[in-house]
Design a protein around this ligand. Sequence first.
Ligand SMILES: [Zn+2]
Length: 381
Amino acid sequence: MKEIRIVAKVVSPILINEDRQSSNTISLDYIPGSTLRGALAATYLRNGAASDQVFRALFLGGSTIANLLPASSADDDPEILPMSVYSCKRHPGFLKNDIPQKDAAHGVQDMLALQAASRLSEKMAPSTQWECSCRQELKPFGGFWNANLKSPRIFRTSKSYNRFTGIDRLTGTVAQSIFYTSQSLDDSQPGEFTDKPQYFSGRAKILDDSLEMLRELASDSVFVGADRTRGFGELELSIHEYKSSRPDYEGWNSAFKEKLGEQAGADFYFAISLESHAILVDRFLRPAVDIDLCIADCQQVMRITKGMYIRGWNVAWGLPKPDDTGLRAGSVFLYRYTGDNYEGLVEELEKIRHAGIGLRREEGFGMVQIDNMIHTTIGGL
Ligand SMILES: [Zn+2]
């Protein structure tokens, strides 16, 4: 298995709706791994058959493609901000020293330790701790960032509305009173002087045998999303080397406990956050809203999650997949370990970090990050 990063440069605007229903025309602000996978599979199927060995290895078993998140250059390695991150209600955003005071954002803070401390002590945190330095309320601050604590930056996409007219099937001319709009992701982002190209970037794990085929598929233009016949959704893909690094479990535990304060005790803490939406089930395969860790002596301290319906389209069948219930990317789970087999715990956590959790992982669902460093930062970012 080889870890890579897939970078997509946007050539023409992309229409990816969150909903299958055409009435919902709000575009997603990332490219789901399953969408890219479907697009690559469709490109492949134009020349091959779904029963091919290569097709099976790349699309049906083993390989996973994560969501491609917005980035400002091909070198960025964007991540989703966990749901424990908050910012000022009036001036949200990361601190920046080079922006005049009046327009500057008031910084972001991770509230996981504070929330865990009030959970453990069964006492509400004083309301001043939920205030910005300007006395405004703190609000959840979501989005995609460069995962760089020294110089944090948020990545946003710009979007446009498109107007379409309907075509009368009988006459082939513009139909009266059929007019619709849809939102799309732009093919550029505002730069300092001129517009810059829009990039998306995501990690993937590809079986060694499939990598050559993926490179070949990526060498051609790939089309994702809706209205491809009108030229929407064209991407230029490139494949980059990538190596994920093992979290500093011990360092994270002591830094987090310091932030947690007197409530920490002697236990060992770790946090799991969802890098992509997850479809969780219990051991009887019933939908679940919690991770079934199956590690002895582990207790969940708290979780911050949001549920959702997950839809899908099966290219090989040409049919919609049944809807699944899932948890949104950015959901966070905090645990404490009361046992004394530290090596055994880390071994289990490393397995989870590599394999992910829940169903449909080959489509990029259930990817996790363990011990995100943002949880241990003190003060504003
Ligand atoms: Zn403020």
